[in-house]
Ligand binder design. Structure first.
Ligand code: INI
Length: 176
């Protein structure tokens, strides 16, 4: 997390303005019954496997059933949006993209990371299914490793929680 004391919510969190709002909605971590697709990059697989470990831990903690989780491996981050689109079109409640793009000496990084992010945004807006950006875009291997250690700071864990939060938010009847 990069939030500081200054940028984090105060003690009332999202309730700060509740008295002035009709319906003040947020998603939950109740994942039972959610169908989740995970698109995972094989490139830098030592990192993406650790991200996947974090994601699975978060989904399990939220009660998502093992039988409702499908993982599809794509060659690299550039291909993740296509896999995500297929998952979204085939009935998943949320899709999680996991990848690791590490800067090299050429502009290749910008193309792979940029198109991956752009594609993920396009897919979720076009399909109406939340697609979570669990893709590391970092300058060094050390930075990548820092972000995929076990525990709640694992970016894959955050992505899993975000998927459950978004899926439950968007299906809340009060969104109508
Ligand atoms: N794919 C990644 O997931 N991470 C990278 O760091 C990376 N780099 O650096 O090249 C990468 N390249 C492969 C790319 O995602 C595609 O698979 C490839 O270009 C074929 O379309």
């Amino acid at each position: 997390m990069t939030s500081s004391d200054e940028t984090s919510f105060g003690p009332d969190g999202i309730q700060t303005h509740a008295a002035r709002i009709g319906a003040n909605l947020r998603g939950t971590q109740s994942g039972l019954g959610l169908k989740i697709g995970i698109a995972c990059g094989e490139f830098n697989g030592g990192i993406t496997n650790r991200l996947l470990d974090g994601t699975l831990e978060a989904l399990q903690a939220a009660g998502v059933l093992k039988s409702d989780i499908t993982v599809a491996w794509a060659p690299g981050a550039f291909e993740l949006p296509f896999v995500a689109k297929t998952f979204a079109e085939r009935g998943r409640d949320a899709v999680i993209c996991l990848g690791a793009v590490i800067r090299g000496d050429t502009p290749h990084f910008e193309y792979v990371a940029g198109e991956c992010a752009r594609g993920i945004t396009s897919v979720q807006l076009a399909t109406g299914v939340p697609v979570i950006f669990g893709v590391l875009t970092v300058n060094t291997v050390e930075q990548a490793l820092e972000r995929c250690q076990s525990g709640a700071s694992n970016k894959g864990y955050e992505a899993g929680q975000t998927a459950v939060e978004m899926a439950t938010l968007l299906t809340n009847p009060l969104m109508d």
